[in-house]
Design a protein around this ligand. Structure first.
Ligand SMILES: CC(=O)SCCNC(=O)CCNC(=O)[C@H](O)C(C)(C)COP(=O)(O)OP(=O)(O)OC[C@H]1O[C@@H](n2cnc3c(N)ncnc32)[C@H](O)[C@@H]1OP(=O)(O)O
Ligand SMILES: N[C@@H](CCO)C(=O)O
Length: 354
């Protein structure tokens, strides 16, 4: 299925400068890349912000093509759908690849730490500058879901519905895996303290390969790869470097990733994912209807943790509905199973929770 093109793509440079960050740093200027599908002025269903995950982009239809397009759940004839590339990413918004004017070269590792809260505040300011003061919904999976929840806690008067799929504060196993991924990048000599001109490909590819394991389930890997040799057919039992099929897949994913993502951005976004947290006081500020979705085989953000978050929300009298998608796709189920995600989003957009 071909992804539809955005109606408009635009860059918004925030009026607020410097932009102060929760962790204490600041950026002299922040620009965010936005992609619109549909017309905010005329859309009968209003504006829906769809927040992307760790390595996605503002171009929502590129990674959620099954959900965004004519005749699909998020139909640009009904809703104006906007994606905004997060602060710190490398797909058009201010991030480590942006030139630091003081030094005349990219920020690199000097890019300050950002939080999910900073990303969301920047999105809020960008939308306000575009004249968008009200959102029908904020939707996202993984760190896109973290953003949706942060919108609900930090800008409670702006949105009617928040739908977060496979998103909670990251449990300890996820913190561990993110640490290993960052260590893989930092320990690559090509990283050069973040001042590389050529990507630290070995470290970044290894980071992505580790991450891919956390995004998939054991059942999926067994079904897809079993104990077969990799596509070369070389017997992995005969040489040290011979690979099983799953290893060939992970290496391929790593090789592909270094061609599309920046290592310093990866470090910044993975740290933002780690630091996301929700206190009961945060939850008590929420006014939107919350729809949480767990993914049955997700071991990075286990469904039990998503269900527990729903209980915490109910305890502070927030209207919440919990759904669970049965899938073997693990955490990546929110990307790989659009037909299963669609009814959850439809329910979030149309029904009152009990
Ligand atoms: C540039 C931007 O705009 S970023 C936006 C797009 N990206 C994102 O949003 C990131 C999120 N996306 C993802 O994480 C993934 O693309 C998903 C979840 C949607 C799909 O994940 P995957 O599980 O990797 O898909 P899949 O298993 O089909 O793997 C596809 C690749 O693995 C390769 N592969 C599959 N099996 C094997 C194997 N046994 N050995 C080696 N390679 C293999 C395929 O050939 C394919 O390669 P290609 O992409 O070079 O054509
Ligand atoms: N596979 C997704 C999930 C991470 O949350 C990504 O790369 O963005």
């Amino acid at each position: 299925m071909d992804a539809i093109e955005p109606t408009v793509e635009c860059d918004v440079t925030l009026d607020e400068h410097p932009f102060r960050l929760e962790a204490g740093g600041e950026l002299p200027e922040v620009t965010l890349r936005c992609a619109w599908y549909g017309q905010p002025e005329t859309a009968p269903g209003g504006v829906i912000l769809v927040c992307h995950a760790l390595t996605g982009s503002a171009r929502v239809a590129d990674w959620w093509g099954g959900l965004v397009g004519p005749g699909r759940l998020l139909d640009p004839a009904h809703y104006a759908i906007v994606g905004i590339n997060v602060l710190g990413s490398c797909y058009g918004s201010t991030g480590p690849t942006t030139p630091d004017r003081q030094r005349g070269r990219p920020y690199g590792a000097r890019f300050p730490l950002v939080t999910i809260g900073d990303m969301v505040r920047a999105q809020y300011l960008a939308l306000r500058q575009l004249g968008i003061l009200r959102l029908t919904a904020v939707i996202g999976g993984s760190i896109g879901g973290m953003q949706a929840l942060r919108w609900a806690t930090d800008f409670p008067a702006v949105l009617d519905v928040c739908c977060a799929i496979g998103a909670t504060p990251l449990p300890a196993m996820g913190l561990a895996l993110n640490h290993l991924q960052r260590q893989a990048i930092l320990s690559d000599p090509a990283w050069q303290d973040g001042d590389y001109t050529t990507q630290p490909v070995a470290g970044l590819a290894l980071a992505r390969a580790i991450a891919m394991c956390s995004y998939k389930s054991a059942a999926l890997f067994d079904a897809r790869f079993g104990r077969r040799p990799d596509r070369s057919g070389e017997d992995p039992r005969k040489t040290l470097t011979g690979r099983y099929d799953v290893a060939g897949y992970l290496d391929h994913q790593g090789e592909k990733f270094v061609r599309r993502f920046d290592a310093n951005s990866y470090l910044v976004l993975s740290k933002a994912m780690d630091t996301f947290d929700l206190t009961d006081a945060d939850l008590a500020r929420i006014r939107a209807r919350i729809h949480l979705v767990g993914l049955s085989s997700d071991w990075l953000f286990p469904a039990a943790g998503v269900r527990a978050l729903a209980h915490r929300l109910r305890a502070v009298k927030v209207a919440v509905q919990y759904d669970e998608i049965t899938t073997d796709h693990g955490h990546d189920g929110f990307l790989a199973e659009p037909d299963a995600v669609a009814p959850c989003l439809r329910a979030a957009l149309t029904t009152q929770p009990t």
